[in-house]
Design a protein around this ligand. Sequence first.
Ligand code: 6PG
Length: 238
Amino acid sequence: MRTAAERVIRAAGAAITARGRFDWGLAGGSTPAALYRLLASDGYRERVEWSRVHFFWSDERSVPPQHADSNYRMAREALLDAVAPASAHVHRIAGELAPAEAAERYTAELASSFGLEPSAGFPSFDLLLLGMGPDGHTASLFPGTPALSETRRWVVANEVRALGTTRLTFSLPLLNASRAVLFLVAGADKAERLEQVLSERADPPLPAQLVRPRGGAPDWLVDAAAGAKLALPIEGTA
Ligand code: 6PG
């Protein structure tokens, strides 16, 4: 995770120098927790101007912020509590609301934070962290789910039948409007799909394969287990 932490620190410094703020899309799930804790630790925490960081989430479960499954809660416990950003800079998805309402509210929050109307295009995050599930999903864009075909809206409520729930997620065009995307992938259960995504062999393409940010191809940091089937090793997440 040291490599990932250095990437975040570098991206934050560049964005703050260029634009006075760092718009950072956080990933959910479990893998990024180690990165967030590292960034909160001595030797790392003091290397980011946290007062200039705006925190966003690329997806959220339909749960309240104190729920064990909340992506917001994971990041708050691993990082936000340690760096104490202004509450106005923490843009939480209101998972406690009805999903359609939560998606609308978050769209309005993004529009206000970026000063951009939803009809005028897509806001660009300086860095978007993403994970990948064993089925090749990313954010909460799961294979075969309706949100994968969304081309206009920024945030959608996506029914994920396989999980028996509805999740809030950025749409693909919003993910792809990012200046930079960094995937963090860990675990042997990802190896098969990761090889398919990176070789672009999956047909139809897997959701993670469809992430093609305007700022250039995504970066991938994977651990040895997830990268076990790759012909060319990629930088590890160690
Ligand atoms: C979520 C994430 C999801 C996650 C992958 C990988 O809300 O769960 O956004 O896309 O990144 O499922 O999860 P792990 O890091 O737990 O393997």
